[in-house]
Design a protein around this ligand. Structure first.
Ligand code: NAD
Length: 341
């Protein structure tokens, strides 16, 4: 465990149990150099304790990178609550987690993530103020989608020579909270949508409301398109899938899209422009961090605008240095987090 913490540069790891509610929680704080560590709380079933700890550790670093590149005064963290087949009271479970967070005295701020909701954050908020994305603060997904949409514009501009999305074919994998909101914005901008989701109801809705073309889930990655937007799972880009891609660029909201950094080099060799996930999907974090700090909507919108500018700058560096944008952004984040100035 310590070796994994060391290789992921995780600052501290906190394990909590509450026998009364059945809570088993892991909080991995990656870095608090730039401020208190903010990161979502997952509530998922894990095959064993080790995989839950690994998930928290592996995801925490991306949050630090995301915050650093977004210019936010927060660090990065991730929490995981292990989902049991049966729980007596979901609200009691999240209240217990709120008490755990309070013990960290503001070093960790939690937020919504896979498997958690604004209602869960409300339960946590009864015991600590170190929580965002409550019902009052709002779900960050629409802001994530806004950032991805503007990032797709700059990606189109850098790779295809124009940010006009009219007639552009965008393949979206996953029509969840972010994917569907993104599809709506792309449709309004005149893009042609090719979509898939394991939930047929979401695909039907996109067909009816946005004129989207349905694609079988197993065929989406190899479907000819201009831009592929992974908006479902992590690690969709691996040696095998990248070899099958028939797109000019990959730009979507999913976290941890690359199975490894070497896959980014493979994309580069294939001439496929890759929008680093933690840069293009930072809109939600920007919204949560700034809302928590009491910023006004105008300030938040200003920050969101920087996403496309940041991507354009990363693409320009990558092109000049003939290497993947993923390597350029990792290097930038590393400098911000570790260089002494
Ligand atoms: P979500 O759970 O609302 O949506 C995910 C969607 O993907 C669901 O509709 C699901 O059915 C679909 N899906 C899952 N597996 C699939 C598969 N194999 N093929 C096709 N579709 C599949 O989640 P979300 O909040 O929209 O987030 C989507 C991704 O973006 C996640 O990776 C998340 O970590 C990341 N992300 C989300 C936010 C945010 O603000 N919500 C911010 C940053 C990153």
């Amino acid at each position: 465990m310590f070796a994994l913490m060391q290789s992921a540069h995780v600052e501290s790891l906190h394990l909590s149990i509450d026998p009364v509610t059945g809570l088993k929680a892991v909080i991995a704080i990656h870095s608090s150099r730039l401020g208190p560590a903010l990161g979502g709380c997952r509530y998922l079933a894990y095959p064993n304790d080790e995989s839950a700890v690994n998930d928290a550790i592996n995801l925490a670093q991306d949050m630090s990178y995301k915050a650093a590149l977004a210019g936010l005064a927060v660090g990065g963290a991730k929490a995981v609550i292990m989902r049991a087949p049966h729980v007596e009271s979901r609200s009691a479970l999240f209240e217990a987690f709120g008490r755990c967070i309070e013990q960290l005295d503001g070093r960790y701020i939690t937020a919504i993530d896979s498997g958690t909701s604004t209602a869960d954050m409300d339960c946590i908020a009864q015991y600590t103020r170190h929580v965002t994305s409550t019902t009052a603060a709002g779900d960050p997904s629409t802001h994530t989608a806004m950032g991805v949409f503007s990032g797709i514009r700059s990606t189109a501009s850098s790779r295809l020579g124009s940010d006009n999305l009219e007639g552009l074919r965008v393949a979206i994998q996953g029509l969840g909270k972010v994917g569907f909101a993104l599809a709506e914005q792309l449709h309004a901008a005149g893009a042609e949508l090719l979509v898939c989701d394991i939930d047929p109801g979401k695909v039907r809705l996109a067909m009816e409301q946005l004129g989207a073309h349905p694609i079988a889930c197993e065929a989406l990655l190899s479907t000819p398109c201009d831009i592929l937007a992974p908006c479902g799972l992590g690690a969709v880009l691996n040696w095998h899938s990248v070899a099958q891609l028939r797109c000019s660029a990959v730009a979507g909201c999913a976290n941890n899209q690359l199975a490894s950094l070497q896959v980014a080099d493979q994309l580069e060799r294939r001439g496929i422009l890759y929008a680093p996930d933690y840069v293009i999907n930072s809109g939600g974090l920007i919204y949560m961090a700034l809302t928590h700090q009491g910023a006004q909507p105008a300030t938040i919108n200003q920050h969101l605008l920087h996403i496309s500018q940041r991507l354009t700058s990363i693409y320009a560096h990558a092109q000049a240095e003939k290497r993947s944008p993923a390597r350029v952004s990792d290097e930038l984040a590393h400098k911000l987090l570790y260089d002494e100035d």
